[in-house]
Design a protein around this ligand. Structure first.
Ligand code: ATP
Ligand code: MG
Length: 201
């Protein structure tokens, strides 16, 4: 199937440090890709380049075959690119259910009451509970291409059909979850004890 998302030879440096160093990859509809790599590998920078929050020094970003390197972040969203954040907890003292409850209240135009005790609103908490129970990743439309950045390896191996490993700004592996734990460069750069434990599902 043809690529709906593609980056070619993407480069970005900060003060002489090549943080995104000639990264190329493409995704087809239905792809479930995990992008992993050690801290500082350049994952967040890569996503910022893709979304248009950061300008590349060189290279190209394409959505649906169209070059969008000079299109701003909003224009990329309009073309179907959606980002959700790695750390989505907004308020330290709130549980996941309370966060979802807040979103439910906002949707209903009742968020102004958030300082009231919405834990005591059984309808809201019941809906939050059912949303949380839904396993959001599994419910995504089949034709969507998903790139997930995640440090939780158990989640990566449950979700991803393909794993891309970034290390020092470079793609060092692009292949199946079964192969990634066996790859010597990946072991060296990142997975370490997890690969040795042989716990890839
Ligand atoms: N705006 C910036 N200015 C200077 N250096 C930066 C900037 N943004 C990122 N870097 C550097 O680029 C490198 C990659 O950072 P990045 O945040 O993309 O890594 P990451 O893979 O997302 O790491 P983590 O797993 O910790 O989230 C790091 O060395 C970081 O210090
Ligand atoms: Mg990051």
């Amino acid at each position: 199937m043809s690529a709906i998302f593609e980056v070619r030879n993407l480069k970005r440096s900060f003060g002489g440090l090549a943080v995104t160093n000639d990264v190329s990859l493409s995704m087809a509809p239905g792809d479930r890709v995990a992008l992993i790599g050690p801290n500082g590998a350049g994952k967040t920078t890569f996503v910022n380049l893709v979304t248009g929050n950061l300008k590349p020094d060189a290279g190209e970003v394409r959505i649906g075959g169209e070059t969008v390197t000079n299109v701003d972040a909003i224009g990329r969203v309009r073309r179907g690119l959606v980002r959700s954040f790695q750390v989505t907890r907004l308020f330290q003292d709130m549980t996941p259910a309370e966060h979802v409850a807040l979103a439910v209240l906002q949707r209903d135009g009742r968020a102004g009451r958030m300082f009231g005790n919405f834990l005591a609103m059984p309808g809201v908490m019941a809906e939050a509970g059912s949303l949380l129970g839904k396993q959001a990743l599994a419910d995504l439309p089949d034709d969507l291409a998903v790139l997930m950045i995640e440090h939780d390896m158990d989640l990566v191996f449950r979700f991803a059909k393909r794993v891309i490993v970034l290390a020092a700004g470079t793609v060092i592996f692009d292949g199946s979850p079964a192969d990634v734990t066996r790859d010597p460069r990946v072991r060296e750069a990142y997975l370490g004890s997890y690969a040795d434990a042989g716990s890839a599902a």
